[in-house]
Design a protein. Structure first.
Ligand code: 4NP
Length: 167
C-alpha cells in the first residue's frame, strides 16, 4: 500500500514545522503505523535552507525526548503532487500555500493545523515563536502534541481523508 504522505509547513522550516514532523513521527512510531504514513516538513521561505532547526526549538524538543535533525528546505511545487495532505501552521502559511497551488485538487490538500486541535480547540494557529521567549516554544510543542495525536487517531480510524476533504 502507498504510504499516506503528510507535509507540515511553516515560514522558515526551522521552528514549528520541523518540530511538527518530529512530534508526528514519534506518535506514529508509538502507534505502530510508521509503515503507513510518511512525514516531512518545509518552509514558505528558503531563507534558512540547509539549516538545522533553531537551537531554542531543538533544546525545548530535546527536553521532551525529541531530536530535531531535519534540514530546512523551501516548499516546491512538486510537493503538491507528492503529498496527500499539506498542513500550514497559521493563516499566512495557508494563504501562501494556496497561492502556490495550480489546481483545485492541489488546493484541497492544504489545511490549517488548528482544525485538528482538541484540548486547544478555539485557538486558530500555532503562533510563530521566533521572536519570543521560551514559553512560545513550549506552546508550539503543546499545540503540536494535541494536533498530531488527533491526526494519528484519524489515521488509525481510517477517517482522515473523509474528515479533511468532506468538511
Ligand atoms: P518557523 O519560525 O516559521 O516556525 O520556522 C520562523 C523562523 C525564522 C523566521 C521567522 C519564523 N525568520 O524570520 O527568519
Amino acid at each position: 500500500m502507498e504510504k499516506y504522505k503528510i507535509l507540515f509547513v511553516c515560514l522558515g522550516n526551522i521552528c514549528r514545522s520541523p518540530a511538527a514532523q518530529a512530534v508526528m513521527e514519534r506518535i506514529i512510531a508509538e502507534r505502530g503505523i510508521s509503515g503507513r504514513v510518511e512525514v516531512d516538513s518545509a518552509g514558505i521561505s528558503g531563507y534558512h535552507k540547509g539549516d538545522l532547526p533553531d537551537k531554542r526549538m531543538r533544546v525545548h524538543a530535546a527536553r521532551r525526548g525529541l531530536r530535531l535533525t531535519h534540514l530546512s528546505r523551501p516548499v516546491s511545487h512538486s510537493d503538491f503532487e507528492c503529498f496527500d495532505l499539506i498542513i500550514g501552521m497559521d493563516d499566512a502559511n495557508v494563504d501562501d500555500l494556496r497561492d502556490m497551488a495550480y489546481t483545485l485538487d492541489e488546493e484541497r490538500k492544504i489545511v490549517r493545523i488548528s482544525r485538528f486541535f482538541r484540548a486547544f480547540r478555539g485557538q486558530d494557529c500555532i503562533p510563530d515563536p521566533y521572536y519570543g521567549g521560551a514559553e512560545g516554544f513550549e506552546n508550539v510543542l503543546d499545540l503540536l502534541d494535541d494536533a498530531c495525536n488527533a491526526i494519528a487517531d484519524l489515521i488509525v480510524a481510517g477517517t482522515l481523508e473523509t474528515e479533511v476533504f468532506n468538511s
